[in-house]
Design a protein around this ligand. Structure first.
Ligand code: FRU
Length: 459
């Protein structure tokens, strides 16, 4: 799999579609796979929803519930808006709909609904209902132009160009812009909201290769106006493995949650897993935090994740400690000290992934050069570092989600996330805290408990 697609809460169930090759564990024959969830964490994979067509592949897109039957497919239809990628390399936006919660799909007979005759590569439509205007809005990437185009529609079928945004931020270094997300977010500690536009680059990102950047600003129903007209790039992540994120449409209580493909196009087709290849991050709750008139994106694991945590123990200082298969380490670091602090994950026969802090340079880093299997691609090993801002608190809270093949490091107080894949050797499952400057104030370990399936619970 690659990108998540069509994330939606529809008639009491979560749906997660995804870019999928049904025939081989490498990119190709793109189709929409389909998993259904009874929560944001418990997914059951099902049959392919939208298979590749004779003359085009089904690229990324989104899904909406058409409550008012604006398209005439039926009230409450689940409508997918995707990019058709034709054999001659041209792209256009198309529709498919389902009246039985995503089991059976009909391709709209008058596809495509949106073609840009001047641009072959326009892709990854994100569609949402814009309440103040009472119409649908689509954000879509003009990939080669490094632009996002915004369109409006009353019926999902006829689209009118509203405006464009870009080039801006990271674009000269990037072959393409992809996978835009325009979203209104709460501003923490206020009753205000503000807008965020996320755009991915398939090269030239902070940690190398593909990655996500964001802009904050206002959206007035026509135009996205960035707060900062300068070209300073703001990255969603300091880690290498977060791409093609999408938000869930229609989540109850107006929650704003996204998840990304935990991968990087530099090595995505070479990952040493079998028979599967490709995975997603934890769903993440999104807010904006305002400091000195600047808005920062802050991501945290969704609240359901914390409900699954069972305490294991305090993290012992200076000695190896067996990690559960999946869970959370919560650490408090004193960052005004001296020296270097390390925590090695997945140690045993190899050194493991080092999460470290270099106090003299105020650098937080994640080093996976000596961790398990790294030789499947020259682009995989690496050390990813980020300098902490001067106004960071003296004691910094880190939450590290670990799973069999991944680490996701959250430092919400300094608005940072680092996500990285890792392929430990079997049995290398210890974590080892090693501080010089007695940086670690406190550390606790939690185990992730998988929920019982519905039928198991009933019996
Ligand atoms: C991003 C992307 C999208 C495209 C899809 C094809 O990873 O390149 O732009 O729709 O993957 O699989």
């Amino acid at each position: 799999m690659n990108d998540p697609n069509g994330l939606i809460y529809h008639r009491g169930r979560y749906h997660l579609f995804y870019q999928h090759n049904p025939h081989a564990p490498v990119w190709g024959h793109m189709s929409w796979g389909h998993a259904v969830g009874r929560s944001l964490l418990d997914w059951e994979d099902g049959p392919v929803a939208l298979p590749e067509q004779p003359d085009y592949m089904i690229f990324s897109g989104s899904a909406v519930t058409d409550r008012a039957d604006t398209a005439g497919f039926g009230a409450g239809a689940l409508v997918a808006i995707y990019t058709a990628h034709y054999r001659d390399d041209r792209e256009a936006q198309s529709l498919a709909y389902s009246l039985d919660n995503g089991q059976q799909w009909t391709l709209f007979e008058s596809n495509p609904v949106l073609i840009d005759p001047e641009r072959p590569h326009v892709r990854d439509p994100q569609v949402f209902w814009y309440e103040p205007g009472g119409y649908w809005v689509m954000a879509v990437a003009r990939a080669d132009d490094h632009q996002v185009a915004f369109y409006a529609s009353d019926d999902l079928k006829r689209w009118e160009l509203l405006s464009t945004f870009g080039p801006a931020g990271c674009w000269q270094e990037a072959p393409h812009w992809e996978c835009p997300v325009l979203i209104e977010l709460p501003v923490a500690g206020t009753d205000r909201t503000h807008w965020l536009l996320k755009v991915d680059v398939d090269g030239g990102a902070l940690a190398g290769g593909s990655g996500a950047q964001y802009f904050t600003g206002q959206f007035d129903g026509t135009r996205f106006m960035p707060d900062d007209p300068s070209d300073q790039v703001r990255w969603v992540e300091a880690g290498p493995d977060f791409y093609a994120a999408q938000v869930f449409n229609h989540l109850p209580a107006g929650r704003q949650v996204w998840l990304g493909w935990m991968n990087n196009w530099r090595y995505a087709n070479a990952l040493p897993t079998h028979p599967w290849r490709g995975m997603l991050t934890v769903p993440r709750e999104l807010v904006l935090v305002e400091t000195n008139d600047r808005y920062h994106l802050v991501q945290r694991p969704c609240r359901e994740f914390y409900e699954r945590m069972q305490p294991v123990d305090a993290l012992p200082l200076g000695q190896p400690f067996p990690l559960p298969e999946a869970g959370l380490l919560r650490l408090r670091l004193r960052i005004d000290g001296q020296g270097t602090w390390h925590c090695r994950f997945f140690t045993g026969t190899t050194c493991g992934v080092v999460l470290g802090y270099d106090a003299a340079n105020r650098l937080l880093f994640l080093d996976r050069r000596e961790a398990g299997q790294t030789d499947f691609s020259p682009d995989f090993p690496g050390c990813f570092q980020v300098r902490l801002p001067s106004n960071a608190p003296e004691e910094l809270e880190l939450e590290i989600l670990f799973d069999r093949y991944s680490l996701e490091v959250f430092a919400p107080e300094v608005h940072l996330v680092l996500s990285a894949l890792v392929f430990p050797k079997p049995g290398d499952n210890s974590v080892w805290e090693q501080g010089e400057g007695r940086c670690l104030v406190e550390g606790t370990c939690w185990r992730y408990v998988v929920a019982q399936a519905e039928d198991e619970r009933k019996s």
